[in-house]
Design a protein around this ligand. Sequence first.
Ligand SMILES: [Zn+2]
Length: 429
Amino acid sequence: MTFDLIIRNAALPDGRTGLDIGVRGGRIAAVERAIAAEAGRVVDAAGHLVSPPFVDVHFHMDATLSLGLPRLNQSGTLLEGIALWGELKPLLTHEAVVERALRYCDLAVSQGLLAIRSHVDVCDDRLLAVDALLEVKRKVAPYLDLQLVAFPQDGYYRSPGAVDNLKRALDKGVEVVGGIPHFERTMADGAASVRALCEIAAERGLRVDMHCDETDDPLSRHVETLAYETQRLGLEGRVAGSHLTSMHSMDNYYVSKLLPLMAEAGVAAIANPLINIVIQGRHDTYPKRRGMTRIPEMRQYGILCAFGHDCVMDPWYSLGQADMLEVAAMAIHVGHMTSREAMRFAFDAVTVNPARIMGLEGYGLEVGCKADLVLLQAKDPIEAIRLKATRLAVVRGGRIIAETPARLSRLSLEGRPETVDPASYAPLG
Ligand SMILES: [Zn+2]
């Protein structure tokens, strides 16, 4: 029996070590000790971690890498970011949006990030960004799964034309229904938008992912309506609430009622820790709220939770490098999730959990899964997060599509080692 590729002596995210992964025909064909077979290519993992690829389940690819166009966000606030995006929108060209998105996908691939759910703003009668990202989706399909969400940035009811534009975007092939209920004119309009958008998803057999309650207002409770509509329309397991930052500020008693309702409805939660920590709490003096939604508490109710990057070098956030380990690290800090178990969960929240929310077929490390893999310069998931570990190799369909040299510093110190390997400091066991 021969393989196209064998990765030898890998550690897996579930804690197993010393395993070989054999790949044939673009799929994982064997995961076992010491595979005795030939292969077209053999990679020695040297005990390092091999993971399925990173997944970013919340991103804005129509805005990425536009930093400084047409000006910088001076206040750093969400509302100035939205206003700034409004200034940029009429200036966008198809070619520029495609080029920036493709460049971002290059960066993503180098970071082992091979699946992205991107919201695309439909509050533009030209639907220029929709057409551009549909083109990008086709172009990157061989190496990156791009799933698009029809997102009415300026409000489904508040923005003239958004109701019609959202339908047109879905007709063109955008596959997830978005929303922004807290940005509608009234609470009632917000609730009505959730109802209408979930009905569209039910009619068309689509998934739902709404920007929901991205505010510090504890009375912004649209996630309650989202859970209700999910159950009413039989959308369980297909709906996600993104951000949910108002929950950070909600009354504990209300949350104790809300979380079981979300769990019953199978509504997933997507936090965006890098963005939440800089955008929320902006009207606070001291103490300043963190704003990230209640991930540890939601986990206790069995709610599926994931972390998204949301923004990289755009009107809302001028930092970022497509590194989902940076996202996981921020979540751990903001959410006080420093137990060993919670840190391992944080790795799942940028890999297997978002893959479930996106409904990715063949994702994982079992035999029969797609041979999409990342070899990290780390021994386990916690060390990977600690180091924002180097992606030594990125594999798509059994083919190595990106490689980065190991991080190794040379020292010139009397009586000390000549090199420092950051991945050599993990405690044993
Ligand atoms: Zn977003």
